[in-house]
Design a binder for this molecule. Sequence first.
Ligand code: F6R
Length: 610
Amino acid sequence: MCGIVGYVGDEQAAPILLDGLRRLEYRGYDSAGVAVHDDGRIELVRAVGKLRNLEKALTENPLTGTVGVGHTRWATHGRPSEINAHPHIAGPIAVVHNGIIENHLELRQELEADGFGMSSDTDTEIVAHLVHRETKAGRDLLDAVRRALAQVEGTYAIAVLSTEQVDRVIVAKNASPLVIGVSREAMYCASDIPALLPYTDEMLFLEDDEIAVLEATRFSLSTLEGAPVERETQRISWSPVMAEKAGYKHFMLKEIFEQPRALEDTLRGRLDRESADVNALEIGLTDEDAKKIERVVLLACGTSHHATVAGRYWIEELTGLQAIAELASEFRGRDAVIGEGDLVIAVSQSGETIDTLMAAREAKQKGAKVLAIANVIGSAIPRMADASFYTHAGPEIGVASTKCFMAQLANLLMFSIWLGRRRGAVDDAQATEIVEGLARVPHLIEERLQSTHESIKDLMRTFADAHDVLFLGRGLSFPMALEGALKLKEISYVHAEGYAAGEMKHGPIALLDAHVPVIVLLPRDRHYDRSLSNLQEARAREAKIIAITVEGDSQAQALCDAFVEIAPTHEALTPFVSVVPLQLYAYCVADHKGTDVDQPRNLAKTVTVE
Ligand code: F6R
């Protein structure tokens, strides 16, 4: 996630901006930059990679001035490069931005037709040009920013400088966070509290659709429509480490709670609710390409592999094509049969996993088309692929993947709908139900997160000392059972197995006794009755049963030692809601045991060894 900082005061701005950016590093970034007012001009320094590169560039090219903005960029539109790094300049205007401008393509065309030349591939530069167009029409900076934002759809936190009003920074927000730091001598702004803690503990959190003018000794706040807003500042007593995690004990928990937002950002601008379809222009595959696909092969490792198993089920159901979900590490070195007519979907949070990269490369060499689903823009897998469909979950810091898994599920389901529509395999009614349901999923997750966390914290104590745990699911719940078991293993070091519920009687049933908790996924889908029978088979062996049930399912709940309720959804959407309690279960057990949740032993976030 991008990080913004801004300063208006009487000290040199650049060192304060750089220090603020350092304190936002935990948000993840691939490039950075600062812009400072210097003698009537805006001077800009940007660099790709770590902040030390920006620091070096600033040493070679020092900026003097007491008003400025800084930015760490996590690429969402346009690969990491100096040109795409923020701040973006248009005439007298400099802008830094966190968020996604949904209608950027349309606005880009319009601005280009009006003679505004673009120098980057970003959605942010559009905002700079929109503000410039308004100032050219004679408006002052505040009015120009207001009018520019009225043309924008999507999410943003922005900070804007202008050489025409050099004593101020304008900030505004919609959905993305922005906090103002207030002191006697200076005003600050940032995406997050830690950037400001060394300078002030007096802060004001900007609300959606609010805009503020920051000057050295005062600030004014109003709505985007121009109504003045009066709000008291707050005193923040957080330690810097607490602040980085937004008060959560671990990044993993923070990321579990960020899932509604990660999903919303990933769905944004892609779900076409009007025609019950998916807008996948960015993928660059034509309707003709869609019709030529004969088979889909999904390649991934670990948690991403579990997303692809769900993807396989969706593709088969919604497109009628054969789909296979292969472990990338097993695909390699066995002379797998693949070639023209096959679409390979390589799924990877990091976009760098060596097994996935090499497997996809082999498939490409053999004639298959490769589509990458990755979270890191410009990473190795999208670079080698023929096309990319990025997840927009923001950077994931916890080693155990949670919000990126959620976003991968979203992209796989969206791609299945897109392909199914192109091939005439999904009718309007089915597509409408799924598209409408998917649009509501972030809300369904959000409204239960807190209560699910509380109830799992409670129920987990009874089972936390178990040495073995079995997770069972059928259909789309099978990959969620795999994922629940992997999460528990990797962060709490408890032995866990994810099993297709129907397979239990072919082996794992021998393990069951009163000491083995069995977590059964029981959404109200076509598999419900058979899964319930499996639950009863486990119960008959005295296993302790924890069921993940749809709310109010008294039939299943009566058969369990404990249960967690999930929201009812269309059956295609059950993975989104049922994986959340499994993530929280793993988290609560690990926290109870006191393991290093964010950096479990022996694991790495990006696996670049075979
Ligand atoms: C588990 C986890 C790993 C990754 C795997 C693939 O929580 O995160 O299993 O899913 O290492 O990584 P990516 O998705 O980066 O290819």
